[in-house]
Design a binder for this molecule. Structure first.
Ligand code: SF4
Length: 368
């Protein structure tokens, strides 16, 4: 498969965060060589090579350190010329030496897991850093040559945390990131938070607060010059994520590493979810792919609508527009959940969701 977009899943974390249900491998010592040897086999099997964007996600890819990321970049034949080479990092991993090595390896965008600027909240989340470390990591990354920096924040925490979301947004804005990604906390089965909720030790945020905090983020980030170009992502002009944009446009991408997904425009496939399972298959010379699905026309169309409505560009209404669809869209516009815009190339009417509409994204897509 030829693709311009490469995702690599690096599954290692020091411990599991309270809310996390990602495919991770908790390791005090990261088995860098063992992981890279398995990844090297997958690169050989797939013929993967970096062409336009590379995204190292996890897990915590920054735990591979300076030498680990440099070796990984060599495996992928990635270098300094890529349009976007993103590394997800936890603040405590960002040191001047590592940033120097990462930039030397071609990394030009850092996505930093900040989540909150309150130490008490970070401790509850089971994060491995405190608030002061976030600002220090941002300064270190900037000084080391990272011009494009994104911060991740989580909202809608349980009320018992008494988290000041407005203050957290202000702290994030004060660091002048180029990009901000927001995650609304959901209670996922199998997470430490799920068990807390089952024991009655925590209660998830009610829908009203989810809505309030989401809209507050739009207000504060909007006032600071950020544009929400996707339901969960806001950026300064020209700093929209190139790699993630490929997902939303249903462009082909190749995923390597445990639990990684790939898509060639027609079919989607995914790797063994656990680190050990993925590695063992590769060591045995077997493909790590665990399953696949082929999208039929209806599924593809549905995904195009769903993904399009996630973005600020929205989707074009078909011409002629079926009465039922037009009346649903008119209702959304009347309720303040969507706006209609005339696009000149190609000439069409596009519908895009407002922040209040984005809060109802799943419901609105189901309704049509
Ligand atoms: S650092 Fe990220 S991937 Fe690792 S446990 Fe925490 S939320 Fe999950």
């Amino acid at each position: 498969m030829t693709t311009r977009h490469l995702y690599v899943h690096v599954p290692f974390c020091g411990r599991r965060c309270t809310y996390c249900d990602f495919s991770i491998a908790v390791r005090r010592r990261v088995p860098v060589d063992e992981y890279l040897a398995a990844l090297g086999r997958e690169v050989e099997l797939t013929g993967a090579g970096a062409t336009e964007t590379v995204y190292l996600g996890g897990g915590t890819p920054s735990r591979l350190g300076a030498a680990g990321i440099s070796a990984l970049a060599r495996l992928l034949r990635a270098g300094r010329g890529l349009a976007e080479f993103t590394l997800e990092a936890n603040p405590e991993d960002v040191t001047p030496e590592r940033v120097r090595a990462w930039v030397g390896a071609g990394v030009n965008r850092l996505s930093l897991g900040a989540q909150s600027f309150e130490d008490r909240v970070l401790a509850w989340m089971h994060r491995t850093h405190d608030a002061a470390r976030i600002a220090e990591a941002v300064r270190t990354a900037r000084r080391g040559g990272i011009a494009n920096l994104s911060l991740d924040l989580i909202f809608a925490l349980p009320a018992a945390q008494q988290r000041d979301w407005g203050r957290d947004l202000d702290c994030a804005i004060a660091l002048e990131p180029d990009h901000v990604s927001l995650y609304g906390l959901t209670v996922e089965p199998g997470t430490p938070l799920f068990r807390q909720v089952q024991r009655g030790d925590a209660v998830g945020a009610p829908e009203e607060r989810y809505e309030e905090e989401y809209l507050l983020a739009h207000e504060r980030l909007g006032a600071a010059g950020y544009v929400f170009y996707e339901v969960s992502n806001a950026a300064r002009a020209g700093r929209e994520a190139v790699h993630n944009g490929a997902y939303w446009r249903l462009e082909p991408y190749l995923g390597l590493g445990p639990a990684a997904h790939s898509f060639d425009g027609l079919a989607r496939w995914w790797n063994e979810p656990t680190y050990v399972g993925w590695r063992r298959r590769l060591e045995a010379g077997v493909s790590p792919v665990a399953g696949h699905e082929i999208l039929n026309d209806h599924q593809r169309q549905l995904e195009e609508v769903y993904l399009g409505l996630r973005t600020r560009i929205g989707v074009a209404l078909p011409e002629p527009c079926p009465d039922k669809l037009r009346s649903a869209v008119d209702q959304w516009v009347g309720a303040g959940w969507a706006v209609l815009e005339d696009a000149s190339a190609p000439p069409c009417v596009r519908v895009r969701l407002t922040p209040r509409g984005w809060l109802r994204l799943d419901e609105l897509v189901s309704s049509i």
